[in-house]
Design a protein around this ligand. Structure first.
Ligand SMILES: O=c1[nH]c(=O)c2[nH]c(=O)[nH]c2[nH]1
Length: 317
């Protein structure tokens, strides 16, 4: 082909029939807040719910036949209606949504339900009328940046549950080294035996059963992640990441795989020498970008991978 030939004229009509592949539909990010006011001491549940269904709906795509399409608006309404009886754990709520849709509609064979949960803590108070433990009965403050997550997927009777957390910000002011790495003509990073180690942990783990107290397991996995981050004298963020994931698998047989994504949030020592000042690891510039990005999947040896559980969970290797 020469440059003067029109490109479109060289194209043959595409052979073959176009068929619909994997598809799902639903309502994304239904922001649901439920207040349990059965006691004077209220309890708040604050979640972001995405419901998506999978079923025999080719004709909706190919012919505009909506007779089998459970409207995304109905899915949103179902999220609110099921919350009337309480939300419970994110995993429990997602499993209930799945059971509701599959038992209501015979042609729906599966789906995906994602729940993010935000934490609220009670505000301290000195009001004797409110306080049972020095905290308010119905006034809350958002707790940190951290979010609890779950993605439940169902394919008929098969259930996959991948839970986790995002944006768990942690920092060690010492107990971290990084040296021994290869040097070439572009290497400028000094070796260090004492640096700040800071990261924002995103982790997801795959459960092998649904017969769990999901809230209790989540709380313990979070504890293990924090303790293992703190405990290890780190020679690299990679070593810290592996230690954290290993401890989770050791503590929780009901978890088959752990994925971790941890940015290395660099803290650079500021050169105060121009001002005639020493800086013995005290004053740092906290850079927000670029950052190192360390990611890994950990499993027990011999574990059968389950790619379907992870297929719609983005952002990990
Ligand atoms: O813990 C670290 N791991 C690396 O791979 C790396 N690379 C780098 O420049 N600093 C660090 N720190």
């Amino acid at each position: 082909m020469t440059q003067s030939e029109p490109v479109t004229s060289t194209h043959e009509p595409s052979p073959g029939v176009v068929v619909l592949g994997e598809n799902q539909w639903g309502k994304a990010e239904v922001r649901l807040v439920r207040i349990d006011r059965s006691q004077p001491r209220h309890r708040i549940t604050d979640v972001n719910v995405t419901s998506q269904l999978r079923g025999e709906v080719e004709k909706a795509h190919t012919e505009g036949d909506n007779s089998l399409v459970v409207a995304t608006d109905s899915q949103k309404n179902t999220v609110f209606a099921l919350a009337k009886d309480g939300v419970g754990s994110p995993e429990g709520f997602a499993l209930r949504l799945g059971e509701h849709f599959l038992s209501t509609y015979p042609w729906i064979h599966g789906g995906r339900w994602e729940v993010e949960q935000y934490t609220w803590e009670r505000i301290p108070t000195s009001l004797a009328t409110h306080a049972t433990d020095g905290t308010h009965d119905h006034a809350f403050v958002r707790g940190g940046t951290e979010t609890r997550t779950t993605v439940v997927q169902r394919d008929r009777d098969e259930v996959f549950v991948v839970s986790g957390l995002t944006d768990l910000a942690v920092l060690k002011s010492t107990g971290s080294e990084f040296h021994g790495f290869p040097r070439d003509r572009f290497t400028t990073l000094p070796e260090t035996t004492d640096r700040i180690l800071a990261t924002s942990v995103t982790s997801r783990w795959r459960y092998t059963t649904t017969a769990l107290d999901f809230d209790a397991v989540f709380a313990d996995v979070r504890r293990v992640l924090l303790e293992s981050f703190a405990d290890l004298h780190s020679l690299a963020l990679q070593q810290t990441l592996f230690h954290m994931g290993e401890r989770v698998l050791q503590a929780h047989p009901e978890i088959a795989e752990v994925k971790l994504s941890m940015p290395n949030l660099h803290h650079f020592l500021v050169d105060l020498a121009p001002f005639g000042l020493e800086n013995p690891n005290e004053v740092f510039y906290a850079a927000d970008r670029p950052y190192g990005l360390i990611e890994a999947t950990l499993t027990r040896q011999g574990t059968t991978p389950e790619p379907r559980a992870w297929a719609t969970v983005a952002g990990f290797c």
